[in-house]
Design a protein. Sequence first.
Length: 309
Amino acid sequence: MTGPAGAAGTRCYEIIHRTVYRYSDDVTSSYGRGFLTPRDLPWQRCLSHHLTIDPEAADSSTSRDTYGNVSSYFHVTERHRTLSITSESVVEVDPFAPEHYSGASAGAPWELARPVGGDGALAAEFTLDLSPPEITDAVREYAAPSFVPGRALIEVLRELTSRIYSDFTYRSGSTTVSTQVAEVLEAREGVCQDFARLAIACLRANGLAASYVSGYLATDPPPGKERMIGVDATHAWASVWTPQNVWLGMDPTNDQMVDERYIVAGFGRDYADIPPLRGIIYTDSLSSVIEVSVDVAPCPPDREPLLHA
């Protein structure tokens, strides 16, 4: 349920995602893997992508995981104290058709969105809890007010999205990628990945199939202000399966449903399936610093069409 390629309202973005690691001593070998290539989806097209590793990688490759996400591998063997990974992409995103959030899938009772039978077989794994478990009594209790019996699925999603937005404080640096949903519930603060994971736990606690989505969110500068370069960030949100095999995206960090401002890099059952970057280094370094900058900018009007790369 998306607009056709090149439809009115289609947005084009140029994305530069740069990560720099600085170490206090030489690194003799660095292995890395990341999910930095935006997905090709019915409503989204990655027109070009280029990954630059500095120092240059001695070995690199790309592959697709079980969900179709593009995984980039690299191995740097040159001694270094600074490692830079720069991902550059051009992506087009179509607006969803009006019925995406108002059609039969979204308007049916939420109980009917539980994956059953042949149609739901591939989505069933997205109902399963993680290890260690995230679906606790506290999660069930928090989710309960949103899941009124017979309520339309879209109403459940909007209400749960708004409750998380209202009940929790966004605080950068308050959590890590290892923070559990139970800890977020207790602290009532976190970042986008925490709020997405909380929403997913609430949805799975009620038998719905929910995925963790990683990507970017295009933001507009305040009126009268110029765009600031490099101040955007990676983003995370949740997506819910419906029996029509349509996934409905929800962003509790910003209290809104997903639209053409969202660029999907990958999706899986949890953050661990699709981290932007992870790896192993060989070094005697006792300290390190990571710097991340992201810029999501509208394509210039005179941009020449690019072939998929």
